[in-house]
Design a protein around this ligand. Structure first.
Ligand code: SAJ
Length: 469
């Protein structure tokens, strides 16, 4: 492993270590000068004071990264309960490295908005969900903009990281900040958009090594934002032509993903009627070294990004007199996958001479994604609720969401069950064996994440259906 040292200009003259492994893959790790934590920070506030507003999946890792690079960081959240949990370092979504850096950090965690008045840079990292009718919900962004505007220091830089449709920063965040502060953007304060790109549960990509894009209300704003992000990251920062382009980038990258997932979900439903295994077909298509990017069918699309962002574009298009037929079709296909999965379970029970009403179903997985405990927009919850609505008794287990689980183990869920439905491909579930099911007399598996071996379970006489296989 070849190691080269280079001193990259950073907030604290941190040396960075460029390692190139056997396969030529470059990994750059920044190493802090090995000094005591207290001595690490400049004696006087020579570094900008950074306030991060919203300490969730996006804001907390950002605050930790800025602190690690020597900024004086204020972590602000409106939720006092979250503040006390963070003060006790009681967080369950940080990686090991982030947790260690958090423990070492000098982060000032507060719910006192007056502290924001110190900030030279204020970064808004609040959720931008959709309402039940799929319309964008910009209330958190509006509220955060009021908070920042009420406590804005003249000459400060405001950055919005929250994912929004093109035009939202100029239609909501900037006007609110201006009206509350009495300042004018571009004159009295700087403004930029740098959309977040956190990938929850990812053991490799993090704030430091995911490239970003940034767009400013003017060049000076964009320059300041780009300088800040470059000072806390090893990855590149691309300057867009203005705020709208930066907003559009995030919408495009996540809508791209939703459309491609819908594509393979539709193929899964079509090909299963022809007895074609779509997952094998996708693996076959992957052998093409260019022009193809694999996505995989499943029981639905969850999370705070992929099933949400397209609705921001759909609404924005409608406001501009355009109908996003493709985005809407993709959303409808993906929203239909939990129902499709329940339909497979109902078919299985019928073939076993049983009805859904009164059936006992073991549901493994409640989170929207492997090996994390986030249930936002989770298809597993839609499956759970539809099974119950159709009269089944559901025993659910998710090791990452114990409080929402009705039982405490896989075996408790399987005990006396007529069928097993897997809705999240947690690593723990991938090891389930046919013998475990047979031990509990379970002879039906509906594998909503195609995470078990069809051939293995069928060889043991278990009725197996995946999504598209
Ligand atoms: N899913 C499929 N088939 C696929 C991929 C995902 O059904 O081929 C489902 C997942 O089970 C999940 C949902 O879609 O329910 C979303 O999965 P995701 O892997 O996209 O996970 P997210 O929501 O955490 O997406 C994040 C996104 N990051 C940001 O928006 C900042 C997304 O842009 C990333 O592409 C994604 O992580 C990632 O790369 O894993």
């Amino acid at each position: 492993m070849k190691t080269t040292y280079s001193t990259r200009k950073t907030a604290t003259d941190t040396a960075s270590v460029e390692t190139v492994n056997e396969t030529g893959t470059h990994h750059r790790e920044s190493i802090m000068t090995p000094v005591k934590k207290e001595a690490r920070r400049p004696q006087k506030q020579t570094k900008a004071i950074v306030a991060v507003v919203g300490l969730g999946y996006v804001g907390l890792p950002l605050a930790i990264a800025a602190d690690a690079y020597g900024y004086d960081v204020i972590g602000f959240d409106i939720d006092p309960a979250k503040i006390s949990k963070l003060a006790a370092r009681d967080v369950d979504f940080l990686s090991e490295e982030e947790s260690a850096a958090f423990d070492d950090s000098l982060l000032r965690i507060t719910a006192n908005e007056a502290v924001l008045r110190e900030a030279d840079i204020a970064i808004i990292c609040v959720p931008t969900p959709v309402s039940n009718d799929h319309t964008p919900d910009l209330v958190p962004l509006r509220s955060a903009s009021v908070l920042v505007g009420r406590n804005l220091k003249k000459g400060a830089l405001v950055v919005v990281e929250s994912t929004v449709n093109p035009g939202a920063c100029e239609a909501v965040a900037i006007p609110v900040i201006e009206s509350v502060s009495g300042f004018t953007a571009g004159r009295d304060f700087f403004f930029a958009h740098c959309p977040e790109r956190i990938n929850p549960g990812d053991g490799f990509y993090n704030v430091e090594n995911i490239p970003r894009v940034v767009g400013g209300i003017d060049d000076e704003s964009a320059e300041r934002a780009e300088t800040f992000y470059r000072s806390i990251m090893s990855a590149d920062v691309m300057r867009m032509n203005g705020i709208k382009e930066a907003e559009a980038v995030k919408m495009v990258e996540n809508s791209f993903r939703d459309i491609n997932i819908a594509f393979v979900n539709e193929l899964a439903m079509a090909f299963s009627k022809a007895g074609i295994d779509i997952v094998n077909v996708i693996h076959g298509a992957e052998t093409k070294p260019f022009g193809f990017m694999p996505h995989y069918p499943g029981c639905g699309v969850g999370g705070h990004c992929i099933p949400v962002d397209p609705y921001y574009l759909i609404t924005y298009g409608r406001e501009n007199g355009f109908t996003h037929r493709l985005l809407m079709t993709a959303r409808n296909i993906n929203n239909g996958m939990p129902h499709h999965t329940v339909g497979i379970a109902a078919k299985a029970l019928r073939e076993k001479g049983k009805k859904m009403r009164g059936a006992r179903i073991a549901l493994l997985g409640l989170a929207y994604k492997r090996d994390i405990g986030d249930m936002r927009e989770s298809p597993a919850l839609v499956i759970r609720d539809e099974l119950a609505a159709r009269g089944a008794t559901v025993r659910s287990f998710d090791p990452y969401v114990p409080k929402e689980s009705t039982v405490e183990s896989i075996e408790d869920a399987l005990s006396g069950a007529d069928a097993l439905v897997i809705a999240t491909d947690h690593s723990m579930f991938r090891g389930i064996s046919p013998s475990l099911l047979l031990k509990h007399g379970v002879s039906v598996v509906v594998d909503g994440r195609n995470c078990l071996s069809k051939a293995l379970f069928e060889s043991e006489g278990i009725w197996y259906r995946g999504i598209g296989r």
